[in-house]
Design a protein around this ligand. Structure first.
Ligand code: HEC
Length: 125
């Protein structure tokens, strides 16, 4: 039978593992997103992200707004993607698409930026 101490040890270990899993996302490089995932990203943008970012409601920048290039230059693709995964301000985690994978959200961010006239060629991070 497990002693109380080892039970606490197991629970503590699981909590540490969960903390680590939350901190680490599986975000691909912007150039490493395959065609299939890019298609899924487009669907996510068209069905979900556009609700706020289409016209630009609740403080969300609209698609094609000039501020996007600035954000990419300042924060980089990975940080922007992480902020979408975590949620930021009025934006819910994963833009509300809770079952989307990290790679699918990255693909959505990529598609969104590409169609907002952001130069992703220059983005290395
Ligand atoms: C409910 C409205 C809403 C939805 C849906 C939404 N967003 Fe946002 N988004 C926002 C708001 C508001 C901000 C500004 C957050 C802030 O900085 O306070 C934002 C910010 C962002 C940013 C900038 C993050 C940063 O680091 O400043 C990106 C990129 C983004 N959204 C992409 C997406 C993508 C991709 C989706 C779909 C998966 C999505 N958003 C869905 C409201 C939304």
């Amino acid at each position: 039978m497990l002693s109380m101490r080892s039970v606490i040890g197991v629970i503590g270990g699981a909590m540490l593992a969960m903390g680590a899993a939350q901190a680490e996302y599986d975000i691909p490089k912007v150039t490493d997103i395959d065609e299939v995932t890019r298609g899924e990203g487009k669907s996510i943008v068209d069905s979900a992200c556009i609700r706020c970012h289409g016209a630009g409601v609740m403080g969300a920048q609209g698609k094609g707004a000039p501020g996007w290039q600035h954000l990419v230059d300042a924060r980089g693709f990975e940080t922007l993607t992480r902020n979408v995964i975590r949620g930021r301000g009025a934006m819910p985690a994963r833009g509300g698409v809770s079952d989307a994978s990290d790679a699918q959200i990255a693909a959505a961010v990529r598609y969104f930026l590409e169609t907002s006239d952001v130069d992703l060629e220059a983005v290395e991070h």
